[in-house]
Write a protein that binds this ligand. Structure first.
Ligand code: ADP
Ligand code: ZN
Length: 723
């Protein structure tokens, strides 16, 4: 037999298929070691044939075949080809997406434990061998037991002696490092509401591959997903359930475990390497049939997929920010088509792009207008911060919010305060000369962190000591600019001394379980107020929360980004949805300096439809996506010269494309990126607005052409982050 092998080297020069000979019966998809240019390297068998296209003496044999079963499922091969062409990355890089990184590093292995098993042999022991007799009797009753705990209890000598005499045998069994430690039993589904039933029926009956479920927060979308998954399993198929990393909460886990028990495998970054490795294998072997995870779970090693679900489909984390910069939706759609199954997108605030497709009839559209318990969505009060300032209130809290907070705490309920900025202050500014303290590696202002009494760069993570004087003019009047979550907590502690306050942001929630611990504490009502960044915006269900305060609703409105309005609408709606989910009616106070802003108005009225009509008209008039494609070619380098040279190359290449196909270009220019330097690398961009994606292959080719060890060049399509 001959094996077509892709070597695991991420370089375009070896990005092709190499042929080796192999034994009969080696399956396609196997991971192998092969001789390659005087070395031995890892590779993957992506095809097999009886005959070779080379003379027999030229073909070397495969050195070693790894795993059983093969690591890659057959579907990977076609996906690999499609992704490698689409995003212009070597095939080896695409294949890596399908494997847990722990497997390639070789640092994590399967975990085995030794058991002792009773053989049934009749043994007689002398008086002196008391421990042996005890162990023998124990094992006869137990049938089998853990080897090392038996050694602890009866002594290693006794256990080994009984084994040697034939009374027990040692067996090795694989242990699954299960993320929750144990599997809960499965639970039957709930009685569905009429709205849920009709949603499921539309999904089943509608012929279109993609179905968009647009349902307000708390309308029971999750229950719909779980039913879709159950149906897939009942039909003997598998399912993929994608959620933003941030919504992989303990509540979500236990809900899934309760419903699906061991059939669900959970892949997320909070797991230990061993746990992730084992969960992945459980999927590969078919022991688990539902893959639940963030973006990368779209590459789960499942066959015969019956449904793919993407919850919170509008979430920015569904776009990969390292090569290949894939869109999860695109990959999910490829897999759905390959498997002939449905792709279900769900959100309370669908992305404008997806909703436009649904309106146009390309996707099926299912709308859920009401919360499950019939409770109204919380009432939103706008607080005009300009008036507050005029009144002499310079704190971060409007009087409306302060008042309602007092009431909420007085009634023994909980409140959530949202501010999408971590640290104590956004910046530190010298009042004498106006200088703002900056990071040495990045072109950004440093934030003050009161907890560690230091300055932090939110882009590269660098820390600096807080200076006493301005490094520019020596002035002693340094002022904190812009409020962050730490300052909010400090102010709340001052104003509400008896309230118990928790904070959740990237600083507070570090470590494997940091963020779960905070949520758990809050859910158990060990705190009255939770202050947090967008980490708290999603998915959480806290029944006692009756007040949500949004401190600076305008913040995301001013980003240099066509999605600014959309992002703001989504964030406000999601955060507001945390209030009043159970018994009592909820309230929301939305603080803003622009209360007349249309987007905020629609958000306060929960009017997605209105927001969408307004936004889509705007995008159409200004020709922004989905009426065009924004394409940014980023160039980063340590040296300005190298960056500028690559930038020039890409720009002239693009200008040539524009000369040939002028009608395809709405905009083309080269410039500094808004943040000119990150982590010591200067940043430039060629920014394009294109009629459609037709020229993308040529633009990707330009990026490959001008990329070098000195300058990194890559393409972003409709980037989530234009900084
Ligand atoms: P969404 O995902 O749309 O925000 P959820 O699926 O979290 O909404 O549902 C909101 C609440 O309603 C949850 O507490 C959930 O347990 C409950 N729920 C959902 N479906 C039903 C049902 N059919 N019967 C009773 N309670 C339900
Ligand atoms: Zn920095």
């Amino acid at each position: 037999m001959y094996a077509q092998v892709i070597v695991d080297i991420a370089h375009s020069q070896v990005d092709r298929i190499f042929e080796y000979s192999c034994k009969d019966g080696v399956p396609a998809g196997s991971r192998v070691k092969v001789p390659f240019g005087g070395r031995v390297v890892d590779g993957f068998i992506v095809g097999l044939s009886q005959a070779s296209s080379f003379p027999a003496e030229k073909v070397k044999p495969v050195g070693f075949v790894y795993d059983e079963p093969p690591a890659l499922v057959p579907e990977c091969f076609s996906l690999m080809n499609e992704l490698s062409e689409r995003y212009r990355v070597p095939k080896a890089v695409c294949l890596r997406l399908f494997l847990p990184s722990e497997m390639r590093s070789g640092k994590v292995r399967e975990l085995y434990k030794k058991l002792v098993k009773f053989t049934g042999a009749e043994l007689i022991f002398s008086k002196a061998a008391k421990k042996q007799a005890e162990f023998y009797a124990f094992l006869r009753d137990a049938g089998q037991a853990d080897y090392s705990s038996c050694c602890e209890k009866f002594g290693r000598g006794a256990v080994n002696a009984v084994t040697e005499k034939g009374g027990a045998e040692l067996v090795k069994v694989k242990v699954n490092r299960s993320p929750s430690g144990f599997f809960q039993t499965e639970e039957a589904g709930r009685t569905l509401t009429p709205a849920q039933l009709s949603a499921l029926e539309s999904i089943r009956k509608d012929g279109r591959t993609v179905q968009l479920v647009h349902g307000v927060t708390g309308s029971g979308k999750t229950e719909i997903y779980l039913n879709v998954i159950s149906s897939a399993l009942a039909a003997g198929k598998t399912a993929v359930f994608l959620v933003p990393e941030i919504s992989l909460t303990p509540q979500m886990f236990s809900q899934l475990r309760r419903r699906f028990g061991e059939k669900a495998a959970i892949l997320h970054s909070g797991l230990s390497a061993g746990e992730r490795f084992d969960e992945w294998w459980r999927l590969r072997t078919g022991e688990a049939r539902i893959a639940i995870g963030a973006r990368s779970a779209v590459f789960s090693p499942l066959e015969n997929i019956g449904a793919i679900i993407m919850d919170e489909e509008h979430d920015g984390s569904y776009f990969s920010e390292s090569a290949p910069r894939y869109s999860t939706l695109e990959v999910a759609l490829l897999r759905a088509k390959h498997n002939g199954c449905k792709l279900i997108l769900g959100s309370a605030t669908p992305s404008v792009e997806s909703y436009a497709k649904a309106v146009a009839g390309e996707y099926g559209l299912i709308t859920l207008k009401e919360r499950i318990n019939g409770k109204p969505l919380p009432h939103v009060t706008m607080a005009d911060m300009r008036k507050e300032v005029k009144r002499g209130n310079n704190t971060a809290f409007s009087s409306a919010l302060r008042e309602r907070l007092r009431d909420t705490l007085g009634q023994g309920n909980q409140a959530i305060i949202f501010l999408n900025r971590r640290g104590y202050s956004r910046s530190v500014v010298c009042q004498d000369c106006g200088y703002a303290l900056r990071c040495e590696n990045c072109d950004v202002a440093l934030a003050y962190h009161s907890e560690e009494d230091c300055l932090k760069c939110h882009y590269c993570g660098a820390r600096y000591r807080m200076p006493r004087a301005c490094p520019e003019c020596g002035g002693l009047h340094l002022r904190y600019g812009g409020t962050g979550t730490q300052r909010v907590v400090a102010d709340l502690k001052h104003d509400f001394p008896s309230a118990r306050i928790l904070r959740m942001d990237n600083d507070a929630a570090s470590g494997k379980e940091g963020h779960y611990k905070i949520l758990k504490k809050f859910a158990e009502r060990q705190a009255d107020i939770l202050v947090g960044t967008q980490m708290i915006a999603k998915g959480h269900d806290f029944p006692a929360v009756t007040l949500v305060g949004i401190l600076d609703a305008d913040m995301s409105l001013h980003f240099f980004d066509y999605r600014a309005g959309e992002r703001t609408f989504q964030l406000v709606t999601q955060v507001a949805g945390r209030s009043g989910r159970a018994g009592e009616a909820g309230q929301v106070v939305l603080q803003t300096y622009s209360p007349e802003n249309t987007v905020l108005r629609y958000a306060a009225d929960y009017d997605y439809e209105g927001f969408f009509q307004n936004e889509i008209a705007l995008r159409k008039a200004t020709r922004f996506p989905p009426f065009s494609l924004i394409c940014r070619v980023m160039v980063t380098a340590e040296e300005d010269g190298a960056a500028l040279e690559a930038l020039k190359g890409v720009y002239f290449g693009a200008a040539e494309l524009q000369r040939l196909r002028p009608q395809k270009f709405i905009f083309l220019n080269k410039m500094h990126s808004p943040i000119k330097k990150i982590q010591g690398r200067v940043r430039y961009q060629v920014l394009m607005r294109l009629e459609d994606g037709e020229l993308l292959p040529e633009i990707y080719a330009l990026a490959v052409k001008f990329s070098s060890p000195k300058a990194l060049v890559y393409v972003e399509e409709n980037p989530v982050n234009l900084s």
